[in-house]
Write a protein that binds this ligand. Structure first.
Ligand SMILES: [Zn+2]
Length: 315
C-alpha cells in the first residue's frame, strides 16, 4: 500500500537522483545516491560492480526455491545542451502542478526511484514472506551503448524475469526491434586530381554501392515490421581532399533487427552484393563489418563490443 509517508519518501528519492547529473560515463554520484537509498530502504544487500552499475537485492524468507526477478533501469542521461532554455532548471527536481521536472525525470530516474521504493514497500508489507529474490539495477552507459553494461548484471544474477521500466505510456511492451551499426569501407588509390585516371576514386565506387544497397529487400516480421537498412553517414579520406582523389571511403548504415536475425544472417546479403560487384569491377575493393564501440566507465573500466543489439519478442 502506498501511504502519504511512502509517497513523500519516493518523491524525495526521485528528486535526489535528478539532482545528481549523470551523463553516460559520469554516473558515479547518482550510483552512490542509489546505493545510500537502498541501505535506507532496508535492502539485504547492495553493491556497485566494475562498470559502475548499482544493484540492490531483497531476499525472500520463504524456504522454497523461488525465481529471481530483476527490475532494470538505466541511470545515465543524455546531456543538457542549453540550460537557459529550460523552464525549470534541469537538475533542480522541482515540483510544479504535481509533476517532477528535470533531466532524466522520465528517462529513467522516475522509474528507477519507483522500482526501488516499490520493492522495499513490498518487502515490508509481506515481511519478506515469499520465495525467491528481487533485484533492482541501475545501469550505466545505456544511452550510447544500449544493452552492454546490462549484460554484466544478467551474468551476475541470472534473472528468471526482467522488467525494464523504460517509458511506454503505461502500456506493457512485449518486444522491440534491435539495432546494428554496419560499416562499409572502400579502399581506392590516391592520385592528383589533375590526373584522376591514375587513381581509384573510392567515393565514386561507394556511390555505386549505396545505390545498389537501396535495392536490397528488407527482412519482414509480422509484428516488428521491416528490418530497415539506412545510410546515416559517409566520410572520405583524406579530408579535406585538396586536389587529391580520395583513397578511402567509409559509410555507416543503421539496421533495425528483427527477432531471429543473427550477426551472420544480417551481413550475408550485403557481403553477397559486394562480392558480385567486385567480380564485375576488378578495381573495387570493399569490405563490410559491424562498428565496434568502446566507452570508458566512471570506474575506469572500458566496455567494448560490436554494435549489434538483437531484437526480442515474447508471446
Ligand atoms: Zn531510456
Amino acid at each position: 500500500m502506498i501511504s502519504q509517508a511512502r509517497k513523500e519518501k519516493l518523491i524525495k528519492i526521485c528528486q535526489e537522483l535528478i539532482r545528481c547529473p549523470s551523463v553516460s560515463g559520469q554516473e558515479e554520484k547518482v550510483a552512490e545516491a542509489i546505493k545510500k537509498n537502498f541501505q535506507e530502504l532496508g535492502y539485504d544487500e547492495c553493491y556497485i560492480d566494475s562498470y559502475g552499475n548499482v544493484i540492490g537485492h531483497i531476499k525472500g524468507n520463504g524456504n522454497g526455491k523461488g525465481k529471481a526477478i530483476l527490475f532494470d533501469g538505466h541511470i545515465d542521461t543524455v546531456p543538457v545542451t542549453d540550460e537557459l532554455k529550460w523552464t525549470f532548471a534541469p537538475f533542480s527536481g522541482e515540483i510544479s502542478e504535481g509533476r517532477i521536472y528535470g533531466r532524466g525525470a522520465s528517462d529513467m530516474k522516475g522509474q528507477v526511484s519507483a522500482m526501488m521504493a516499490a520493492a522495499a514497500y513490498f518487502a515490508e508489507d509481506t515481511g519478506k514472506d515469499f520465495n525467491g529474490d528481487i533485484y533492482i539495477a541501475g545501469v550505466v552507459h545505456e544511452e550510447i551503448f544500449e544493452g552492454v553494461a546490462a549484460r554484466k548484471i544478467s551474468d551476475a544474477i541470472s534473472p528468471d524475469y526482467v522488467v525494464i521500466g523504460e517509458s511506454s505510456e503505461l502500456n506493457l511492451k512485449i518486444g522491440q526491434r534491435g539495432r546494428a551499426e554496419i560499416i562499409i569501407e572502400v579502399f581506392g588509390k590516391p592520385a592528383h586530381s589533375a590526373n584522376p585516371e591514375k587513381g581509384i576514386n573510392s567515393v565514386y565506387k561507394m556511390a555505386k554501392i549505396i545505390d545498389k544497397i537501396q535495392g536490397l529487400k528488407p527482412t519482414v516480421h509480422k509484428e516488428l515490421g521491416e528490418g530497415i537498412l539506412v545510410l546515416t553517414d559517409i566520410k572520405s579520406s583524406p579530408y579535406p581532399g585538396a586536389s587529391v582523389v580520395p583513397e578511402y571511403c567509409k559509410a555507416t548504415f543503421d539496421r533495425r533487427l528483427l527477432v531471429g536475425e543473427t550477426k551472420e544472417s544480417v551481413l550475408a546479403p550485403i557481403q553477397k552484393l559486394l562480392d558480385e560487384m567486385m567480380k564485375e569491377d576488378s578495381e573495387l575493393n570493399a569490405k563490410v563489418s559491424y562498428a565496434v564501440g568502446a566507452e570508458v566507465c566512471y570506474t575506469g573500466e572500458t566496455i567494448t563490443g560490436e554494435r549489434f543489439f538483437p531484437g526480442w519478442l515474447f508471446d
